[in-house]
Design a protein around this ligand. Structure first.
Ligand SMILES: [Zn+2]
Length: 238
């Protein structure tokens, strides 16, 4: 393992325009479980799998049940950035990391101080009235009883990409631009199974591809450096 950390240090030292592409595994060390990892508890408490509840059609059909799951399983108000978030913010401040592309919606990268964060799946911290588009913060969503409503009477929807919904085009273009211009791409805490987000990494043309993930990914064979460990633990050693 020490050899791999040494190699990672070497790669980071000679990189000037890195991009980090991350997923749920980046936040598990902050106590936010991957909502896709359906456990027995879900089955007891919810009649449908998370993929069904967190879908556009389900949200339209049953916002009450959607918000019950959303507030319970998607929002972790007390979560704090871990070593992965902190180290990435440091690398950006040093001018080595150009952008973070994340599939997470928790806002922990910004909380750690990162500025250029492309949130492919949106953020729980942004919420808009579906009628008048007024902005609401996360506190308002948490404090509202059941389905959060705007002062105009409209339903407030989180700026989170639900299943069946498309990704924001500007975010995709931005992500492609940064990834295609990167000299090093670090993929961390994601098994690269969620499309179209996972497809973005094929735009990488740079020198070093690093994969840091607990379980195997489809990119492992192309990686110059593969570390099967927790991302916070690994980046914390840099
Ligand atoms: Zn409104």
């Amino acid at each position: 393992m020490n050899e791999k950390i040494a190699k990672l240090k070497e790669i980071v030292a000679c990189s000037e325009r890195m991009v980090f592409f991350g997923g749920a595994g980046v936040s598990t060390e902050s106590g936010i479980p991957d909502f896709r990892s359906v456990d027995g508890l879900y089955n007891q408490k919810y009649k449908y799998p998370p993929e069904t509840i967190i879908s556009h059609s389900f949200y339209m059909r049953d916002p009450e049940e959607f918000y019950r799951f959303y507030k319970d399983k998607m929002i972790y108000q007390d979560a704090k950035p871990n070593m992965a978030h902190k180290k990435l913010a440091e690398l950006e401040a040093q001018g080595k990391l150009a952008a973070i592309v994340t599939q997470n919606i928790d806002g922990l990268h910004q909380m750690a101080g990162s500025k250029n964060v492309i949130e492919l799946h949106g953020s729980i911290h942004r919420n808009y009235c579906t009628k008048c588009h007024k902005f609401y913060d996360l506190d308002y969503i948490i404090q509202s009883d059941g389905v959060p409503k705007c002062s105009c009477g409209g339903i407030i929807k989180p700026d989170v990409v639900l299943y069946e919904e498309g990704l924001n085009n500007d975010d995709i273009e931005n992500a492609i631009r940064y990834i295609s211009e990167a000299d090093t791409l670090i993929i961390g805490g994601t098994s690269l199974v969620v499309y179209p987000a996972a497809g973005l990494i094929r735009y990488f043309r740079g020198k070093h591809l690093v994969v840091i993930n607990m379980s195997p990914t489809q990119t492992d064979s192309q990686a110059d450096l593969l570390i099967a460990d927790k991302i916070g633990k690994v980046l914390g050693q840099l």
